[in-house]
Design a protein around this ligand. Structure first.
Ligand SMILES: [Zn+2]
Length: 251
């Protein structure tokens, strides 16, 4: 499979790509799965980009940064509580579920997601590397310890059980780096992978884009499932919704 397939939208092309992807996934031994916002869009989770990115006339990047939290912690928490409520009302879809079931049946699969919504976990996925953190964790601002948290509202700003200090959302914000252990785990998976499955990401968000390029350079076969045309350098492009076709590819 030297030449990348060109994305086409007619059904025959989708069927052909799905069948090819299915064969590759059956033979795969070490798989890196990378997911982005697109897999959760099908559950109704807003992308927080474009027009969805505004909340009370502020753009999300003006709220999701350490300086904004230092200045207005109550406002930033209020926004994150709104996001928790939105996501709590959404359910994992057939793509999340198919991925979770398939992963539970084998070894050698690493899931790296750009999503913070927790839908992979709710679908029963056994091991999720959430590069950008989680909506469902709080972090102590004094010592950095994180804990799981399901609260949808705070009457007072949350404080940590460890230090009694203010907690913040355990999200990688603008101007912040992805935790080193997550990068190391991802890079290991990139180096080991014979197959990369990319679902619902445009291929421009770093470092996921670099992971795909790196794995491909190492000889991995790259499969993409995405209804939109992207810049992912995939050998097989399934230009269709993941909820419909991921369950087929992973049977
Ligand atoms: Zn602490």
């Amino acid at each position: 499979m030297e030449k990348a397939m060109q994305p086409r939208t007619d059904d025959d092309a989708v069927v052909e790509a799905v069948m090819m992807a299915r064969v590759v996934m059956k033979e795969a031994k070490r798989v890196l799965v990378i997911t982005g916002a697109g897999i959760s869009t099908e559950s109704g989770v807003p992308t927080f980009r474009g027009p969805d990115g505004y909340w009370r006339n502020r753009y999300y990047s003006d709220l999701a940064n350490p300086a904004a939290f230092a200045e207005h912690p109550a406002l930033v928490w209020e926004w994150y509580c709104e996001r928790r409520k939105t996501v709590a009302a959404c359910k994992p879809n057939d793509a999340h579920t198919a991925l979770a079931e398939w992963t539970r049946k084998r070894e050698g699969v690493t899931l790296v997601t750009q999503n913070v919504d927790g839908l992979h976990e709710r679908a029963g996925h056994p091991d999720v590397t959430a590069l950008h953190g989680s909506l469902w964790r709080n972090r102590c601002t004094a010592c950095g310890v994180e804990r799981e948290e399901n609260a949808l509202d705070y009457e007072e700003l949350p404080t940590s059980p460890c230090c009694g200090e203010l907690e913040r959302p355990a999200i990688v914000w603008f101007d912040e780096s992805i935790p080193r252990d997550l990068v190391v785990r991802s890079v290991e998976a990139v180096q080991m992978a014979d197959t990369v499955l990319v679902v619902g990401t445009s291929g421009v968000v770093m470092p996921a884009a670099a992971f795909v390029a790196g794995a491909r350079k190492n000889g991995a076969t790259v499969i993409e499932v995405n209804p939109h045309i992207s810049s992912i350098p995939a050998h097989i492009k399934v230009c269709a919704p993941a909820t419909l076709f991921l369950p087929v590819i992973l049977t």
